[in-house]
Design a protein around this ligand. Structure first.
Ligand code: ADP
Length: 316
């Protein structure tokens, strides 16, 4: 399979702050690649460099087969970019925004209208297309923004945190649209996200970026294999029960504040049954039991030693 994006030794600093400290990446054509990392990791900087908006300090970069340094025009012609902040003009209707974009691509009047109407259909914005974009919800703005990116038929699309700030339903809609771009249109998607679930849902390959360095790379499955097995969480209301349970289950990791015991367990029916039997034998009053199989949050924690934004919210 040929590469849509190939990066060797990408470096970028602002003053003495190293934002990208020597990154290698390879994205196969027709796949979804996710650069995953917390705020400030360097994701937007990477997208800005790969999409020719800013220059790298060093590195060999090929995008759509073209050398980024020598032939930025050819790269620009092959790509589309959707940033975190919408390029949509609120004082135009959705349809007018698309037609304006088509004009920028010199599509010609009739073709511009046809393309705008096709995209409005594809993005479920036919009705909304007649309304001013400033009246759109967050999800609609993201959709029209993505539609605008597609006007020029890019082969490679950069999506910088495409669902940050969206409600769960709009996020799922967006995921569906992104998947369709790849399955129906055969485009390559380079996506940045802070959401492990998003990378897990969409990406063929994931690279984890932390402080400007790639700390892990692979498929979601490969990354999940980096983490030791899952666990069972047992929550208690009584401190006495909690203390007793700690003696009965010596491998458990206690959290004395929340009265939670984390028991290593692979989540199989067999091992779960064995655990419940020990709880019963000791007549322990467990308030709540949850099974936790390893997910990308655990991967992130394993490779960076930090919880994700997502986990911080959950544990608050
Ligand atoms: P992310 O997209 O992962 O949140 P960014 O690429 O936006 O991360 O930023 C990475 C780091 O680079 C941050 O610490 C940010 O403050 C710094 N940075 C980004 N752009 C500039 C700039 N123009 N000047 C100075 N520092 C910058």
């Amino acid at each position: 399979m040929s590469s849509a994006i190939d990066v060797r030794g990408l470096h970028k600093s602002y003053g003495d702050k190293v934002v990208l400290g020597g990154i290698d990446l390879n994205v196969a054509e027709g796949t979804i690649f996710s650069l995953l990392g917390p705020n400030g990791a360097g994701k937007t900087t990477a997208v800005q460099i790969l999409s020719t908006l800013i220059a790298a300090d060093a590195g060999e970069i090929r995008v759509a087969g073209h050398d980024l340094h020598q032939d930025p025009e050819a790269v620009r012609a092959a790509i589309g970019v959707t940033g975190q902040f919408s390029a949509v003009d609120g004082l135009l209707t959705g349809r007018e925004n698309l037609i304006m974009m088509a004009d920028l691509h010199h599509l010609g009047r009739r073709e511009a209208r046809r393309r705008a109407d096709d995209l409005l259909k594809q993005f479920d914005l036919v009705e909304a297309g007649q309304k001013l974009a400033m009246t759109y919800s967050g999800g609609m703005k993201r959709r029209i923004d993505l539609a605008m990116t597609l006007v020029g038929n890019p082969r490679i699309i950069f999506l910088d945190e495409p669902t940050t700030g969206l409600d769960p339903r709009s996020r799922h809609n967006m995921w569906q649209l992104i998947r369709q771009l790849v399955t129906d249109g055969g485009v390559t998607v380079f996506l940045t996200t802070q959401y492990l679930e998003e990378a897990d849902q969409l990406a063929d390959r994931i690279a984890v970026l932390d402080h400007g360095r790639l700390v892990a790379e692979g498929t979601a499955e490969e990354l999940k294999r980096l983490v030791p097995g899952g666990h069972i969480r047992l929550r208690f209301t009584s401190p006495d029960e909690f203390a007793l349970a700690g003696q009965v289950l010596p491998t458990a990791v206690p959290n004395n504040e929340s009265l939670v015991l984390q028991v290593p367990n692979d989540g199989s029916v067999h091992s779960l049954r064995a655990l419940l039997a020990r709880i019963d034998d000791a007549s322990l009053e467990v308030d709540e039991l949850t099974v936790h199989t390893p997910d990308l949050d655990d991967v992130f924690f394993a490779v960076t030693g930090q919880p994700t934004a997502h986990q911080e919210v959950i544990t608050k």
